[in-house]
Design a protein. Structure first.
Length: 158
């Protein structure tokens, strides 16, 4: 259940980003605008996590070096799944092996995310207190709920 919750969060973020990105493509600034948006989102998450976890400066410096690496790895897993689904939609007559591969990629998302997070959480234990490690998951869920709520409100305004 938690896997689907995370997937829904990521998909919501990607959809909201994609709607903004499509408008930016028309203006020819897609890459620069996407980088700016990602930088702003990263900074927002950093600020919120510092506050939610009560990180001191030393913890924040060490933690975010790892956290951002973990976040990039997680995004790559979700992007691979999204890429595979888009490829399947474009195929006019997918073969059984295409369906099999797409299913394998989709089913591996949860395991891949678990493997990535397990690896990084072992490192977080060296930087954060046990309470902060526990609160990290809760803080991410809280931030993701806010992102989803914001994305819903953007789509209602259309």
């Amino acid at each position: 259940m938690q896997f689907f919750y995370r997937l829904a969060i990521i998909l919501t973020l990607l959809v909201s980003a994609a709607s903004g990105v499509s408008a930016q493509k028309r203006n020819g600034n897609h890459h620069a605008d996407r980088q700016k948006w990602e930088a702003e989102m990263t900074q927002y998450k950093h600020d919120r996590l510092v506050k939610e976890l009560g990180l001191n400066d030393e913890q924040a410096t060490r933690f975010f070096a790892l956290y951002d690496a973990m976040d990039r790895e997680r995004r790559a897993v979700y992007a691979n799944d999204t890429r595979m689904r888009k490829e399947m939609k474009r195929k006019t007559n997918p073969a059984d092996k295409d369906y099999t591969e797409a299913t394998r990629v989709s089913l591996s998302v949860g395991a891949d995310i678990h493997r990535i997070e397990s690896k990084y959480y072992k490192e977080f234990d060296k930087i954060l207190t046990p309470k902060q490690v526990y609160q990290l998951r809760l803080a991410e869920q809280k931030i993701n709920r806010e992102f989803r709520r914001h994305a819903r409100n953007l789509h209602k305004g259309k």
